[in-house]
Write a protein that binds this ligand. Structure first.
Ligand code: ADP
Ligand code: MG
Length: 309
């Protein structure tokens, strides 16, 4: 081989060995919310761009406002692909686990209250009964969690060393920090822009919050939020302002944060005692904070919910 060619190959090999970790950080608008994507690793940009494409695909597939989405197909009773059907089966089984507090067929109810168009109004009981009876599909309370799980699967197929995804209130951590310290996630105060404390988690975890402060309207001094009690079709009024769920599965965390918000503190605590796959932080409308005993919560005054009463 010619000497100059050998030299070129050696140089190329050396460059390959010394390829450094880079960090990608970008905000995008997807699933009707702002998402922040941070990825560390060799080829972080390529990896993150793949995640963004996957998120955008899921957004168009599962958008309840679109006539061409899987949701529209579900409402027509059309057959789904095996992957789509698997998601629906998982959501149905989680909904059943919550005893109906989570109901993925409330789209007409959200319309009756004007949420999809921001033309808020209080519907009559007759309108609510009709909306409940329609049973129109809406995965708005689960799809960001599913998307987080999908991102983790994609990250596992790459050389990404770690990632922190904020999918609009759904936080997904991936991998370990180089110094071995835990990921620290601020829990937002439901009534101001500050935080009430910090949750510490290790490795790959989903931290999902549902609250009455994300989307709501007020009339005559009363707050009407975008999470509904499936029994009445009215905004959940369980005395909570927010619920945060910490869980290895993003989908489970998303479904349960919405369901626990509907259940309230007492029923939600009992539900946690009967479960082993998640931890939770409850903030009441009065601002009191309660956390299940497995949560590592710092910089915060709170009451611990014990497994044994
Ligand atoms: P966000 O999407 O704001 O993070 P959630 O995950 O709690 O919060 O989802 C709220 C959305 O889920 C609502 O906008 C509505 O579309 C739908 N939804 C409302 N109430 C319920 C419920 N009880 N079960 C399932 N989906 C619900
Ligand atoms: Mg949810």
């Amino acid at each position: 081989m010619k000497r100059w060619l050998c030299l070129l190959l050696v140089c190329a090999a050396l460059c390959g060995c010394t390829k450094q970790d880079t960090k990608f950080d970008r905000s995008i608008f997807c699933m009707d919310t702002v998402m922040d994507i941070q990825v560390w690793g060799v080829d972080a940009t390529l990896i993150a761009e793949n995640l963004i494409t996957a998120l955008q695909d899921l957004d168009s597939q599962w958008n309840a406002n679109s006539d061409t989405s899987v949701i529209a197909a579900l409402n027509r009773g059309d057959a789904l692909t095996p992957e789509q059907q698997t998601l629906i089966d998982r959501v149905e089984s989680l909904a059943q686990r919550t005893g109906g507090a989570f109901d993925p067929r409330l789209y007409a109810v959200t319309e009756a209250w004007g949420f999809p168009t921001d033309e808020f109004r209080i519907p009559t009981q007759q309108e609510l009964d009709a909306a409940l009876a329609q049973q129109l599909w809406d995965l708005g309370a689960a799809i960001k969690g599913y998307a987080a799980d999908r991102c983790v699967e994609l990250l596992q197929q790459t050389a990404a060393t770690r990632a922190m995804l904020d999918l609009g209130g759904n936080i997904q951590t991936y991998g370990e920090k180089p110094d071995g310290s835990p990921w620290k996630i601020g829990i937002r105060s439901p009534r101001n822009s500050g935080t009430v404390g910090t949750v510490c988690v290790n490795g790959t975890m989903s931290i999902v919050t549902s609250g009455d402060y994300q989307r709501y309207f007020e009339q005559d001094g009363k707050r009407y939020c975008h999470i509904f009690d499936p029994e009445t079709g009215c905004p959940a009024d369980s005395g909570l302002a927010s619920v945060t769920v910490v869980c290895e599965s993003g989908l489970t965390a998303d479904v349960l944060s919405t369901a626990l918000f509907v259940m309230g503190l007492e029923e939600g605590s009992e539900f946690w005692r009967e479960s082993t796959d998640f931890e939770a932080i409850f903030i009441t409308a009065e601002g009191e904070i309660f956390a299940t005993e497995g949560v590592e919560l710092i910089d915060c005054q709170y009451e611990v919910i014990l497994r044994e009463k």
